[in-house]
Ligand binder design. Sequence first.
Ligand code: ATP
Length: 507
Amino acid sequence: MPLLIDAAGILGEVRDVLITWLPILLIVALLYFMWRAVSMMPRTKPREVKPDSASLVSWDEIAGLDEAKDELREVVDFLREPERFAKLGARVPKGILLYGPPGTGKTLLAKAVAHESGAAFFSQSASSFVEMFAGVGAGRIRKLFETARKHAPAIVFIDELDAVGAARSVNSLNREQDQTLNQLLVELDGFVADPRVVVLAASNRLDALDPALLRPGRFDRQVLVSTPDLAGRSAILKVHTRAKPIGPDVDLEIVARRTAGLGGADLENICNEAAIRAGRTGRQVIEAEDFDWALERIMAGLQTSRILTEKEKRVVAYHEAGHALVGHLLGDTTALQKVTIVPRGHALGYVLNLPDEDRYIRTREELVDEITMLLAGRAAEVVTFGRISTSAASDLERVTAIARAMVFEYGMGETVSARTMRADNYALSEATKRLRDAEQARIADEAYADALALCEEHRAALERLAVALLDRETLDRADVKRLLADVPQRASSGSAVGVARAQPYDS
Ligand code: ATP
C-alpha cells in the first residue's frame, strides 16, 4: 500500500514539473526555430563601403565608343576644375545613365571617368540593395552616398540599375523595392546632394526603368553604349592584344570581320583564349590558327541569335540600304545620321534619323513619304532577292500606325466619308469603318508600289549602298551623300523637305 501511495506522489510531482517547464521549453524551441529560419533566409551580406582604386582604367584602354567618351569628358572636366564651371553658374550633370547590351564597356567607362578625374570610385551593383526586409536596401543606399560624400569628389557607379529601378506597377505591393528606389531618388535630388558626387549607372534596358529615375535632375543624361561596329571591333582587338606577342600571320582586321555582333567582353575573351591555346601548344607567339580556334570556341558558346550568318547580313544590308536610298530620293538626307547593320536590341540593323527641328504639324505628303521610306526596306529585299523576309516586322507596325492615324484621326482619306471629322470608333457605322480600313490599306499599298519602283529604278545605287554597308557595317551621313552623289532627289511632291522623325527604322 505505501508503495502505491509513493508511485502516485512521484507521478504528481512529474506532472507539476511538466506543467511549470513545458511552456518554457516550448517557447525556447520556438525561438530557436525562428532564429534558424531568419538566418537561413536569402540575403546579401552588408558590404563595407570603400572606394575601389585598383581596377581603374584610362581612356586609351577603352577602344571605340567615341561619342560616349565625349559625353563623359565633360564630367571629368567638371570634377577636375569645379570652380571654372561654378563661376559660370553651370550645373553639373548629376546622374548619367549608360545603357546598352551587356559587355560593351559601361563599367569600363565609369572607371575611366573616375581615373581621369582623380575622383574616388564607389561601385555597387543595384542587386545588392535588394533585400527582404523593408528599409535595409534604403539604408545601404544612404550609407553608400554618405561615404561617397565624405570622399568627394567621387563617382558612385550603380550597375544593373534595373534591379531597383524597374518601373513600379500602379498597385505595387513591394514596399521594400519602393523604399529603396525612393531613397535613391532622394540621394539624387537636391537636399542631400553634393555637386562633387556624380552618379553613373548602367542598365541593359532603358525602357524597363521607372520614369521617375529619368526626370530632369536625376538620370537626365542617357548615353548609349552600343555594340561596336567593324572599326570599333578592330580597335578593341588591338587594345586587348597590346601586351600579347602576335605572330605575323595574324590579321586582326579579319578577326574583326568575323565577329560581327560581338561586344568588347567577347572580344577580350577571344584574345585571351587564343593566348591560352598558344601557351598550351608551346608557341612563343599567338598565331592565326589560335585565333581561329578561339573564335570557334567562343562563337559556339554564344547564343546563335547574336551572330548573323553571311546570308542574313546581306538581307539586312539591302533592307537598310533601301531605307537610306528612298530617304535620299524623297529629300530626307538632311536628317539621316547613320545607317548600320550592327544589331541593336531586337533590331538587326537600323537607319537613325534625327529631326532638324521639332515639328508639330505634318502634311499628308510628308506622312506618305515616311510610309514609303518605311516600306523601302522590304521593297529593296524584293527587288534584290525576289522574296520577302521577317525583317520588316517593326516597319510594318509603324506603317499601320501612321496610315491608321492619317485616316481615323486626321481625316486624310480621299473619299468624303473618310475625310469627315474624326469620330471615336464606337460612333462609326460598320460601313464607314470598312471604308476607312480600305483607305488605310490603299495609302500603304500605293506607298509600297512607289518604294518598289524607286528601288527598281535606282538599283545600281541600292547595290552601292548595300555593298558599302557589308564592307563597313556603318555609314554616316557624309558616306551616304558621297555614295549617292549622282542620284538626284525626286522632285518634291509638294511636301516640305525633311520629315521629323527621331526613331530609327529597324529591320
Ligand atoms: P554589363 O552590362 O554586363 O555590366 P558592361 O557593359 O559594364 O557589361 P564592361 O564590364 O565594361 O561591360 O566590359 C567587360 C570587359 O569587356 C571589360 O573588362 C573589357 O575587357 C572588355 N571591353 C568591353 N568594351 C570594351 C571597349 N570598348 N574597349 C576595350 N575593352 C572593352
